[in-house]
Design a protein around this ligand. Structure first.
Ligand SMILES: Nc1nc2c(ncn2[C@@H]2O[C@H](COP(=O)(O)OP(=O)(O)O)[C@@H](O)[C@H]2O)c(=O)[nH]1
Ligand SMILES: [Mg+2]
Length: 382
């Protein structure tokens, strides 16, 4: 705030002067008429105005600059930490207690010779899957579920009409699917989106919010767990405004509990969480702490990008599983990869059901519910 006093004989001139010096947005907060004494006589009539102006733009710029400085500092610190984590990464991976049993074997596997139990189209399909980064044992087991024993050769071959049908059948048998969240039995009231930074939590949360509100006529509220308090919730607020859904930003467990308690029974609460880097796992404790009052009723969705390599995806699932009971996987960015092996490997090995898949950047269009058929289709393209 800037304030300044102007004095003169012509009020219009004073205002003009103030505007020239302080800008168009001035406010006149005091106004006085007086006469200056000159010897024994009273002088001419004069005006005195006190003018104030909000430094709105400048203030905002300054706050924004502060945020940028802070972000820059955080990024520097985090890139140093990331480097350090990378240095010790091999040790960390080999110590993981929950690494799926066949993972190490699969990663280092050089011998991709398909089991001689298979023949014909079954071999063709297994090969297709392996080319798309599906683990050999996963590919074989899924395909086997769609096979019958060929009596002539005594080997497994497909017994469905098309490859897609066969693969969908195998996937249906070996992997589970949640179906739309609002149609699950005992509809989850509170759904939290977890996952590394940039994976697509916020955008996909709002895609679903939009579906629930517009297509299903549900009541939805969005709560952002803000562990940084530096405006990371800004994006969420913008989407919430566009969609016209209530938006809260919370950083304390009690406040979260209170908000959820006052929301209607039939309301779906979508919780967005904010991460900063791939390696900020220590923040999971912080997120869990804020969610601590509602863990019992929480439906935890882990968002994974289909373009993650197998190793990274399993490491992420492993880390998040140490803090949360993951109820569903939401797979993002299928449009960004031709080798979406993790789309089968992760649900197969971890037994966590698949839910939705995000197919692009457009909000709210680019999201679909995953079915065995749709999942199969991504492995038969190209
Ligand atoms: N190509 C593509 N981009 C996506 C997809 N889902 C999200 N994104 C983009 O990924 C970026 C990060 O998304 P955001 O939701 O902010 O990630 P968050 O940090 O996990 O909340 C944004 O630019 C999104 O538009 C997707 O399915 N395909
Ligand atoms: Mg986000």
């Amino acid at each position: 705030m800037v304030s300044k006093i102007y004095e003169g004989e012509n009020i219009e001139e004073l205002v003009e002067r103030a505007k020239r010096e302080l800008g168009e947005n001035i406010r006149i907060v005091q106004y006085e008429i007086f006469k200056e004494k000159k010897w024994l006589f009273l002088g001419k009539r004069k005006y005195r105005i006190l003018v104030e102006v909000e430094e709105k733009e400048e203030d905002q710029k300054r706050v924004f600059q502060k945020q940028l400085d802070f972000e820059e500092l955080l990024q520097k610190v985090e890139s140093i930490i990331e480097e350090k984590v990378k240095e010790v990464a091999p040790k960390v991976v080999s110590q993981k207690p929950n690494v799926p049993p066949h993972l190490e074997e699969n990663i280092s596997s050089v011998d991709l010779q398909i089991s001689s139990e298979f023949t014909g189209e079954a071999v063709e399909l297994i090969n297709k899957l392996i080319k798309k980064d599906v683990f050999k044992d996963v590919a074989e087991d899924i395909v086997k579920a769609a096979c019958g024993l060929d009596l002539d050769t005594n080997k497994w071959d497909l017994n469905a009409v098309t490859l897609k049908e066969a693969l969908a059948k195998g996937i249906k048998e070996k992997i589970s699917f949640t179906g739309p969240f609002d149609e699950i039995e005992n509809i989850p009231k509170v759904i939290a989106f977890l996952g590394p930074t940039g994976v697509g939590k916020t955008t996909n949360l709002f895609k679903l919010a939009s579906q629930f509100v517009l297509n299903k006529k549900k009541k939805v509220s969005v709560i952002s767990i803000d562990t940084f308090k530096v405006g990371a919730v800004h994006q969420g607020r913008i989407y919430a405004n566009i969609l016209n859904v209530p938006f809260y930003s919370v950083s304390e467990p009690k406040k979260l509990r209170n908000i959820i308690d006052v929301l209607g029974e039939d309301e779906i609460v979508l919780i967005d969480t904010v991460g900063r880097s791939h390696y900020d796992y220590w923040r999971l404790g912080e997120i869990k702490e804020i969610l601590s009052g509602i863990l019992d009723e929480l439906f935890a969705v882990l968002v994974l990008s289909c373009n993650y390599k197998n190793e990274d995806a399993f490491e992420i699932v492993d880390n998040y599983s140490q803090y949360f009971n993951i109820d569903a996987l939401l797979m993002s960015k299928i449009d960004e990869t031709k080798k979406p092996g993790i789309l089968l490997n992760v649900p197969y090995k971890t037994e966590i059901p698949l839910s939705y898949i995000s197919t692009g950047q457009r909000v709210p269009e680019d999201i679909e519910i995953l079915t065995p058929e749709l999942t199969a289709s991504y492995f038969l393209k190209g």
